[in-house]
Design a protein around this ligand. Structure first.
Ligand code: ADP
Ligand code: ZN
Length: 610
């Protein structure tokens, strides 16, 4: 039943460019893909580091199709395997998956196809791969390559360690001569070294792709009214068919956020590690297929998000490192169309993350690195210069001075000398006895006679009312920035009281100037005006008609819409208005198999609307 093109079942290797074009419908390789593909074609092993959406899959899919024998892909997640296999079959590739979740009938069929050499790509979980029976079957085959996807799972260093991945160490020995290509979006040096060592790739080259994802517009804002900010962002960022992800700092928050979004009229679900396996699977499934669907999730929702048309990713809480943040926002815009990321955070997040590091049982060495990561994350959030540039530096890359696709480049924040304001705020904190949170401190500074002010006689303090000249939001910004620079701490585990640190002393004594950034959250125009172009030409009659056709076709086949054609492909069709199969075949994303399946329908829709 496996659809199959007669690809390199036997005979000499096929030309990779030709396969790229004929099977995947792409005009050319991107970035370092060509180099990697040729390296593997020549029998080489290696490690590929590319951001999410960078195009890692083709690096092993193309050589697997070109080389003789079977390509074996190790993948940590069943949902991910199933999606990739379905997408490959749409493209006419004989692909299958073996994992613990298969019906026995299906598993038997896969084994039979495998035995008769009818498969070109086999996706397999690490547990399955290492079963004796699987190993035996593979030994009877000619193997084109092993691809180890999400290779950072082999490293204990990262946050995604999978003990089963450790056993992959044996591959080098058991299958000498078969190229091993490990792939990951994690660029962290320790993880990279770990992967190379564990997978016996010490002598193999590391291919580091460019880490920039220029189609993702990135922005960050202090949390003022979380839901209001999220609502505006979603409105500006959605395109009517793609998906969005809201990352939340806690499980409970994913649930309340999804609930709120539903009440606000969205199709929203939640996902976190505490859910039953079945509920998780269902959520994954719905997210993969839904039009305009929103997932409120913890960072447990990550691997296995293969849909290329995630239009936006919002973080309601500060991520722990630039690496994790980039991995999370990298899930947006894999189709290359404009996408957006919004990061919201507050002083409490920064303090909480710092406390967690200090209290963790980790070794000092690791704590030091965690501290550095967090500081880098804070400097991105608080950036007064191009955010993308700061972000890319974390990956060892020099971005442009001004990326033009972040909020700072679009609307550079004004800087002001906040030394006096910082002194006033710190002194109000000290004089009130370090026992109050930011709200009360702002009341004192603004000279507001609240019950609390009266109760503690804070109107008698010399700092009472000295901050009338600045609005509340500015004062909160001053406090937050002092926290960010480490002059203030927030007792988050307690009642959120502000506590000056040693670094506050030189500021109070006037020995240190404080340069502050003007927060423009409220004054700033809605995200809509700041975004890149609209994602897709929604409203265009042809585009909408193609989308309607795609929706019908995808539900007929029970597949996610993007597997029929991506948005990028529909946009290109809308623009090119092809008259015949020849013209249609030139559109990116239209390979031979899809041409056979859909040309007639698509050309009809175009003819009706052109
Ligand atoms: P990764 O696995 O690195 O996250 P994918 O392999 O899923 O990324 O690729 C991301 C997107 O980029 C996919 O939609 C894929 O079709 C597209 N893509 C990858 N390589 C090319 C290419 N050479 N030309 C056009 N599109 C590409
Ligand atoms: Zn920028």
């Amino acid at each position: 039943m496996v659809a199959s093109l007669a690809l390199a079942m036997e005979g000499p290797p096929v030309d990779p460019e030709e396969v790229l074009h004929r099977v995947f419908g792409h005009a050319g390789f991107r970035g370092r893909q060509a180099e990697i593909v040729h390296h593997v074609m020549d029998g080489g092993s290696g490690l590929v580091l590319m951001p999410t959406g960078g195009g890692k899959s083709l690096c092993f899919q193309v050589p697997a199709l070109c080389r003789e024998g079977l390509g074996v892909v190790v993948s940590p997640l069943i949902a991910l395997m199933e999606d990739q296999v379905a997408a490959l079959r749409q493209q006419g590739v004989a692909a299958a998956a073996l994992h613990s979740d298969l019906d026995e009938d299906v598993a038997r069929e896969v084994r039979r196809d495998l035995a008769r050499g009818a498969l070109k790509l086999l996706y397999v979980s690490p547990e399955r791969l290492l079963l004796d029976s699987t190993q035996q079957r593979l030994h009877e085959q000619r193997l084109a390559l092993f691809a180890i996807d999400e290779a950072h799972c082999v490293s204990q260093w990262g946050h995604h360690f999978r003990p089963e991945y450790r056993a992959l160490t044996a591959l080098a020995e058991r299958f000498p001569g078969v190229p091993r290509l490990a792939l990951t979006a994690t660029a962290d040096q320790r993880t990279v070294e770990d992967i190379r060592q564990q997978l016996g790739l010490e002598d193999a080259p590391v291919f580091r792709g460019g880490f920039d994802r220029p189609n993702i517009f990135i922005s960050s804002a202090p949390r003022e009214s979380e839901r209001g900010q999220l609502r505006e962002f979603v409105k500006a960022a959605s395109d009517g068919s793609g998906a969005g992800i809201v990352y939340c700092g806690s499980r409970a928050k994913t649930e309340s956020t999804a609930e709120w979004l539903r009440a606000d009229g969205h199709d929203a679900l939640c996902f976190h590690a505490g859910m039953e396996a079945e509920a998780k699977r269902a959520a994954h499934h719905r997210f993969a297929r839904g039009d305009n669907v929103i997932m409120a999730a913890t960072i447990a929702f990550g691997m296995g998000i293969d849909r290329p048309d995630v239009r936006w990713v919002a973080h309601l809480d500060l991520p722990r490192s630039p690496e994790s943040w980039y991995q999370e926002i990298g899930r947006a815009g894999r189709d290359g169309l404009p996408a957006r990321a919004l990061l919201m955070y507050g002083a409490g997040d920064i303090a909480l993350a710092r406390h967690r590091i200090e209290e963790s049982p980790a070794a000092d060495d690791q704590k030091r690195i965690e501290r550095m990561r967090l500081d880098a994350m804070v400097s991105i959030a608080e950036a007064a210069t191009c955010r993308r540039r700061i972000l890319l530096r974390c990956f060892g890359e020099d971005g442009p001075e001004n990326c033009g696709a972040c909020d700072v480049c679009r609307t550079p924040p004004r800087l002001w000398d906040g030394t006096v304001a910082a002194q006033k705020l710190l002194s109000a904190v000290l004089r009130t006895g370090r026992r109050f949170g930011v709200a009360h401190i702002v009341d004192v500074l603004r000279g507001r006679m609240t019950d609390k002010v009266a109760q503690f006689a804070h109107d008698k303090l010399p700092t009472y009312g000295v901050g009338k000249d600045l609005p509340d939001a500015t004062w909160r910004g001053v406090a937050r920035q002092l926290v960010a620079m480490g002059a203030l701490d927030v007792a988050v585990e307690n009642h959120g009281e502000l506590v000056p640190t040693d670094s506050a002393r030189p500021i109070l004594k006037g020995e240190q100037k404080v340069l502050l950034r003007e927060d423009l959250t409220s004054a700033r125009p809605a995200a809509k005006d700041r975004g890149a172009r609209t994602a897709v030409p929604s409203g265009d009659a042809l585009f909408e008609a193609l989308r309607t056709w795609r929706r019908a076709e995808s539900s007929r086949q029970g597949l996610p819409a993007y597997m029929i054609f991506s948005d990028a492909t529909l946009v290109a069709i809308t623009e090119a208005k092809p008259d015949d199969e020849g013209e249609l075949s030139l559109i990116p994303g239209v390979g031979r198999s899809k041409l056979e399946r859909y040309a007639e329908d698509v050309l009809r829709v175009v003819a009706e609307h052109a």
